[in-house]
Write a protein that binds this ligand. Structure first.
Ligand SMILES: [Zn+2]
Ligand SMILES: [Zn+2]
Length: 293
């Protein structure tokens, strides 16, 4: 057997054992119930959750009644919506690189669970008014929302050929659940080096939690780009241009999953390609927002 395969399997086993046996909060090291894995409820409250921000680029807003920043109003990006869960601050800025580069893949369920909550809370702003007592249990809430979503998707997205309709869909805060999820792919060579695609691990969990299919063959990364970190906005845009090849006959509404959102160059380029191939509405679902330094 390939040495790498054995190494990966051993790592996975080690991680799953650690995540199932360790009852200590990863931040304050207090004993914490198994169900809370990773951090205790006290530390949980201190995590750097993303504040309300521009719905298409996550930039801070001037007024709490605004939904989009001035830049996105003047020059709308291809990505129609963006949901980020955390700001890229401690401890997220320690955990995400470990998850991405150091095989800390046991973090995937925890990260995805938090992102799923952000998605639900931001996509269904009125859900608690609809049924104030019905959603104390998170699983129930997820199931109810998935059902509500599939009914409303049927009504709305089949008719989404016209941009006025699309705008009113956004304006009215209607539930926005996609028909499919796609993880931002890695180039084949990078995938081989790393052994896994961190975004796909998150996307798999989201697919399970939200009951939305994950498309694994819809996009391939044809260009081995330089790492985006350390590049300016312009460099990022040209670096990522034409990096993806997408299949045809895509669903009308797709959510793209990634680990970090900085300038949005990657998600916007992928969204642009998906729209050329027939997709009409795209969302970005991202663990953390890191403003360009
Ligand atoms: Zn703690
Ligand atoms: Zn914006």
């Amino acid at each position: 057997m390939d040495f790498q395969v054995i190494k990966t399997a051993t790592e996975k086993l080690k991680q799953s054992l650690v995540s199932n046996v360790n009852h200590q909060c990863q931040l304050c090291h207090c004993d914490t119930p198994l169900s809370q894995q990773w951090v205790c409820t006290t530390c949980e409250r201190e995590l750097p959750f993303s504040p309300a921000a521009c719905i298409t680029c996550a930039a801070p807003l001037k007024s709490s009644s605004d939904r989009q920043c001035g830049q996105c109003l003047i020059n709308p990006p291809s990505l129609d919506r963006l949901i980020t869960c955390f700001d890229y601050l401690y401890p997220i800025n320690k955990w995400l690189p470990a998850f991405k580069f150091s095989r800390q893949t046991a973090l995937a369920p925890w990260l995805a669970n938090h992102l799923a909550n952000s998605i639900i809370n931001r996509s269904y702003t009125n859900i608690d008014q609809d049924n104030p007592n019905g959603f104390e249990n998170q699983n129930l809430k997820t199931n109810a929302l998935t059902k509500k979503n599939s009914e409303e998707n049927g009504l709305t997205f089949n008719n989404l050929k016209n941009s006025n309709l699309k705008n009113s869909y956004l304006e009215n805060h209607l539930p926005l659940m996609p028909e499919a999820i796609i993880a931002v792919p890695l180039h084949g060579k990078r995938l081989k080096q790393r052994g896994y695609n961190q975004s796909e691990l998150i996307a798999k969990q989201l697919s399970r939690l939200l009951g939305i299919p994950l498309l694994t063959d819809a996009v391939i990364r044809t260009k081995k780009t330089e790492a985006q970190s350390g590049l300016s906005l312009k460099q990022r845009q040209s670096n990522i241009l034409q990096a993806f090849q997408v299949s045809q006959n895509l669903p009308a509404h797709i959510a793209l999953v990634d680990d970090v959102f900085t300038t949005g160059s990657t998600l916007n380029e992928l969204s642009r390609k998906l729209k050329l191939a027939g997709c009409e509405f795209t969302q970005g679902w991202v663990i953390a927002h890191a403003p360009l330094a």
